[in-house]
Design a protein around this ligand. Sequence first.
Ligand SMILES: Cc1cc2nc3c(=O)[nH]c(=O)nc-3n(C[C@H](O)[C@H](O)[C@H](O)COP(=O)(O)O)c2cc1C
Length: 160
Amino acid sequence: MNPPEARFMKKVIVVYESVYGNTKKIADAICEGINKVEGVECIVKKTGEIHTDDLCDYDAVILGCPNHNQGPALNLVKFIDRASIVHLKGKIGATFDTYTGGNKNVAVVKLESKIREKLPGIELIDSLSAKVTGRKGPLVDDEESRALDFGSQFAQRLVE
Ligand SMILES: Cc1cc2nc3c(=O)[nH]c(=O)nc-3n(C[C@H](O)[C@H](O)[C@H](O)COP(=O)(O)O)c2cc1C
């Protein structure tokens, strides 16, 4: 079968924050998983690399960051604040965080609340929390492959 024409492709952007590179690896793995699904294409950008207006160009937006002090990293929170004036109605979304110790889902739950408050046009359909072995990492063994599967499942839901 021929690949779908570009204008029929679903477009996804993963926007992330990362200090030591672990959350970037999760963002890249999610994107790789998305790009495995026919009819969906994904790119990854760090918060400082894009303007919030650019979010309009995508059907789906995935936002993720490290847990810093029991909440989402400040640079991503600021990005969301800046994006609150952008028209994002009808978009699908998901969230992810990285954490240490027993803090699974702690930052990502707060991130979801922040998005629901500031970017109500985005319908959040999934989240992922990935563990690092210490502040600087590395990621726990299977977290990147879990992120890849997470991306593929997310993309599958976009084309269903
Ligand atoms: C300032 C700071 C505060 C942190 N606070 C927490 C915390 O409260 N809970 C937690 O699980 N991890 C905490 N961490 C660990 C981060 O979650 C970890 O550094 C991050 O997942 C690594 O991702 P990165 O390589 O993308 O920066 C903290 C890290 C930093 C730098």
